[in-house]
Design a protein. Sequence first.
Length: 332
Amino acid sequence: MGGDMPRVSSVSEAMEIGSAREQRQHALFADLVIKASKLGPVPYAAVWPCEQHALHGVVDAAARGILAPVLVGDRAAITACAHENGLDISGLRLVEACSAAAAVEQAIALVHAGEVHGLIKGSLHTDILMHGVVGPQSGLRTARRMSHIFLIAAPAYDGLLFVTDAAINIVPDLETKRDIVQNAIDLHLGLGLGAPRVAILSAVETVNPKIQGTLDAACLCKMAERGQITGGVLDGPLAMDNAVDGEAARIKGIVSPVAGRAQILVTPDLEAGNMLAKNLIFMAGAESAGIVMGAKVPVLLTSRADSVQARLASAAVGALYARYLKTQPVCV
């Protein structure tokens, strides 16, 4: 993307190009992992890590010096899982909880006690974790709506792509979209990636009164001009092709600092965001990491399908952003 694809004259050349893209893709996340490791571990509550995929991820993050995980869940189940999979948890703190819901409550209590600076999903269902986090009794809500961000390292695109919101806000209204955009900008800044270029996506790149997403895009851009959204450069509506491909933008006559080189892709609703992210991951071979923003602490949502690279990347993102939050005024 961002120009014509290179011509390939042989199978071996194609393999070399593919390998180079894979290395570049992995390097994007590897840089975050290295950066987080150098800064030292950040305490996180691993909520109900009672299965191999969840426990292995936090043990790896601890071994890399990214997280200092507190394991919150059924002690017997966690211990058995560690033994069966050859995972050493002897140096990790374990807090007993009799159920997944109870583990969420215990983990939130650790946040309020200042003992952990974030939450990471274990083997419980996402709905159970997020129900506890977004509930008014959690004490984790701020004035900002929570939203989810996929960080995508795609083989055919330079730099990380943020895709939002793909997991929490089903049909966001304009006010919610403002928070979704600001959350993504804050993450980009917090990871040290600079002021981002934000594309507000729709099916078309012109304002159409019959397509609500184009109206919202125009409003969001005006809100950024008026200082209601800060820290990034916005443009929209933009279709997917002219948001990420410079030649597509040129052909359509779009002159914009964002078109063709977007770093954040804001989708009109959850269905579009989820399909876009999953398409990039499963059809285009992209690596991903995921984080929930807008709460008082970061919440990392991992999946059974995540690779080791993706789990380490999520941990690194969570650790780096938790450090950044400590330097910022709390949004209450």
